[in-house]
Design a protein around this ligand. Structure first.
Ligand code: APR
Length: 320
């Protein structure tokens, strides 16, 4: 059987890490595409030269032409500009919207059958714009945010409870912004909901509130530490988990930015919800019951995504 082909649009910090992980996991052959000349070629060659040491079989190629992504099975998009200290994800809107236009055209022309994962921020608006620009079915294009947000939540919880990250599950809904909705009822340690862990005295509501707050601001915490860019290891690992679920038809239930058409009372917007990812892309959107507090938080998060999408439409009326 021929190897899968994975095209990475954007060969920056996340793009390079994606290529590394895809090769180490032998998910397929990798094409790194970027507008910067030399960067994708240099990273591809450097990574290919690690192959004999690591013992992986995957070809890695750098490219500056969209023709090289032809026939890709999976495309992961990180093209654009990342956040600098003091910048919100929304400040990136105008710049990255133009990038999504160009990327969407390239995908439409050369890889219309691919499963596309968008990472570029502001995520929920950019994946919405990329779906429009590429014309792909909404089942074949999702945004990566929830896996990362819940990974951060899981890590902080594992530190709080001093247990393995493996035994912590987390559930995060809503947009990839400061009003995302990490759910205490649906997040667990070995199946025990966090709300019950408060009742048995293993932690307190105040400590959990602080962890939720840290999760919401998790991206900013890294930006402030790095000073020259934003997070890339955990975002890349998160997108690779999504790509792997598609390529291996694992049908994992992962929180993704997916196009909602009536689910959760939301229409024609990309918002983070639990999704089954299998060989057909988005196989199912899982609709869970929210309590009144969660509903209010979710509505606030959806309103900020809607605000970003309206801003996109104002910048480019063709998207309306
Ligand atoms: N087409 C292709 N590549 C582009 C384009 C374009 N039109 N515009 C910019 N790029 C490339 C840049 O040349 C750069 O190599 O996108 C790459 C982005 O890489 P980094 O600046 O290192 O950013 P990174 O940390 O990888 O983050 C990428 O993901 O999490 C989000 O907020 C983050 O939007 C940002 C994106």
């Amino acid at each position: 059987m021929a190897r899968s082909k994975i095209a990475l649009i954007g060969a920056g910090q996340i793009g390079g890490t994606l290529a590394h992980l895809a090769a180490l996991k032998e998910l397929g052959d990798v094409v790194l595409f970027d507008i910067a000349e030399g960067t994708p070629q240099g990273k591809a060659l450097d990574l290919a030269e690690s192959g004999p040491v690591e013992g992986f079989n995957a070809s890695l190629k750098g490219a500056n032409s969209y023709a090289d992504i032809a026939g890709a099975d999976v495309i992961i998009v990180t093209a654009g500009v990342p956040r600098k200290p003091g910048m919100s994800r929304d400040d990136l809107l105008g710049i990255n919207l133009k990038v999504m236009d160009a990327v969407g055209d390239g995908i439409k022309q050369y890889a219309p059958d691919a499963f596309v994962i968008c990472i570029t921020n502001p995520l929920d608006a950019m994946v919405w714009a990329l779906q429009k620009a590429s014309g792909l079915s909404p089942t074949k294009i999702v945004g990566m945010a929830g896996v990362l947000d819940s990974a951060r939540f899981r890590y902080f919880l594992s530190e709080e409870f001093k247990v393995s990250v493996e035994d912590v599950t987390a559930f995060v809904l809503g947009g990839h912004g400061d009003d995302m909705v990490p759910s205490l009822r649906y997040s667990t340690v070995a199946g025990i909901p966090l709300t019950d862990l408060v009742k048995i005295g293993w932690t307190t509501q105040e400590r959990l509130d602080a962890i939720v707050d840290r999760t919401r601001k998790g991206g900013g915490e890294i930006v402030n530490l790095l000073k020259t860019g934003s997070a890339f290891y955990a975002p890349a690992a998160s997108a690779i988990a999504m790509a792997e679920s598609y390529l291996k038809d694992k049908r994992r239930v992962l929180p993704c930015a997916a196009q909602l058409n009536g689910e959760y009372g939301v229409d024609n917007l990309y918002v983070g919800v639990p999704v089954v990812i299998g060989a057909n892309g988005v196989e199912k959107i899982v609709e869970v019951a929210l309590d009144e507090t969660e509903k209010a938080m979710f509505a606030k998060s959806v309103a900020s995504v809607k605000g970003l999408v309206e801003a996109c439409k104002a910048i480019n009326p063709a998207l309306a």
